[in-house]
Design a protein around this ligand. Structure first.
Ligand code: DP6
Length: 421
């Protein structure tokens, strides 16, 4: 980064990173600053075509300070979590040379150069869909590429972890385990891939974005209160999760949906039980969430083997994992039967992989009105419907890990001045 004539260059990298849903939950830290968990966790990476973060990072000698824009709005980078990620990535930066632009940055220069970061979620941040997981994973991945960091994805995951715990699992596609680690400095608390997304590609995922008025307790403060007050969490972390992790790994290895589904549902329910065991108690699920659990449980019980797994994070949204496409069409019929849309605009009610609704015979509002009640409730009292209680559905599947986007048109920053496009 030499004389005044070269001060105008801007170097950039754009990456895309998926979000993930835990099937064995992370809840509780043993170290708040380093973000070290009290137990291992396992997640499924969601298809970035439907849910992902895109981040462009850039460096230029003309930048006066580190700056970041999220969904077009400038946000502060002064928080400890951003600072940890920036510090850790800079510490691992290497020489970079771009002969086309005539740029040469030596390892030592990185501590003096400032970065501009622009990040964009392809899904509404307000929906409560783990935007911090994809966000920090993408930030760390993109900065790692920009600064020619030689570390592998697992080592990068230990940096992303310091942005947000669940972010470490977004450095890989498919099925991912976050190993809690033993070291006090957190160096062995990182993510590893258990299997890639092709290993079990029958699975179909439907997310019900549940309407809610209240602002939920943040994961960070919620889990702090749980650690301080819940004895059930101690039991969960020590006695339950270690065995469950082994069982889940085996279920994934064998594509054993019955075990996978049983473990996923039971772990989600225990996580919410631990929230209820917190003082004062934390409620993340609402009536709609509970109704979705009942629908899934009733259906699973009426079949010879489970057809769907459900799991809920720190909010009321349901993530439903169907064993295959056939089961997913039967699931979407049930969901649309109970939760018809408020308006006629089906196109914005079922998003993501819209072909799933088509396969389920749903092409318009009239097809939803014509849906028969699911057979498993036949002998029961006439079932109620809950129009408007689900905001929309996202149809997706397990997906791949982070990728670089090499096409400059996909960059979020202007290559001339490093400001948002
Ligand atoms: C319920 O990763 O958001 O989604 O580490 O404090 O940033 P921080 O928390 P975060 O917590 C996620 C909790 C969860 C379960 C999970 O993803 O494993």
């Amino acid at each position: 980064a030499g004389d005044s004539q070269q001060q105008s260059w801007v170097l950039m990298v754009t990456a895309q990173t998926p979000t993930n849903i835990a099937v064995i939950k992370y809840w509780g830290k043993r170290d708040e600053t380093l973000i070290l968990p009290v137990n291992d966790s396992i997640s499924v990476t969601l298809d970035p075509n439907h849910l992902c973060t895109t981040t462009t990072v850039s460096v230029s000698p003309s930048f006066q300070q580190d700056r970041m824009w999220l969904n077009g709005k400038e946000i502060s980078l002064s928080g400890g979590r951003f600072q940890s990620c920036l510090r850790e990535i800079r510490a691992r930066a290497c020489d970079v040379e771009d002969s086309k632009k005539g740029v040469k940055i030596s390892k030592e220069d990185w501590s003096k150069l400032h970065v501009h970061i622009a990040s964009y979620n392809n899904f509404p941040t307000a929906a409560g869909l783990a935007s911090s997981a994809a966000g920090f994973a993408c930030l760390v991945y993109a900065l790692g590429k920009l600064m020619n960091v030689k570390e592998d994805e697992s080592q990068l995951s230990a940096i992303a972890r310091q942005g947000s715990g669940s972010a470490c699992r977004s450095l890989f596609g498919g099925f991912v385990k976050w190993i809690m680690g033993k070291e006090e400095n957190g160096s062995d608390s990182l993510a590893v891939q258990l299997a890639d997304e092709k290993h079990w590609d029958d699975l179909v995922i439907v997310i019900a974005v549940v309407s809610s008025r209240q602002k939920e307790t943040s994961s960070t403060s919620g889990m702090r209160e749980t650690v301080e007050t819940s004895l059930l969490l101690q039991h969960r972390a020590k006695e339950i999760v270690p065995k469950r992790i082994l069982q889940m790994e085996e279920a994934i290895r064998n594509r054993d949906f019955a075990s996978f589904s049983q473990l996923t549902c039971t772990d989600s329910n225990q996580f919410h039980a631990v929230c209820l065991d917190t003082s004062p108690p934390i409620f993340y699920m609402n009536d709609t969430s509970h109704r979705i659990i009942s629908i899934a449980e009733k259906w699973n019980r009426s079949e010879e083997s489970p057809q769907v797994a459900y799991t809920f994070d720190a909010g009321p949204n349901a993530v439903l994992i169907a064993r295959n496409r056939k089961a997913a069409t039967l699931l979407i019929q049930r969901l649309l039967y109970y939760f018809p849309p408020n308006s006629d605009d089906l196109d914005s009610y079922i998003i993501g992989d819209k072909s799933l609704a088509k396969d389920a015979g749903i092409n318009g509002i009239q097809d939803i009105e014509a849906l028969p009640p699911p057979p498993e409730i036949k002998d029961n009292i006439p079932s109620q419907k809950y129009k408007g209680d689900v905001s929309y559905f996202i149809c997706t599947r397990p997906g791949r890990g982070p990728v670089l986007l090499t096409d400059e048109s996909q960059a979020l920053l202007n290559s001339e001045n490093g400001l948002p496009k």
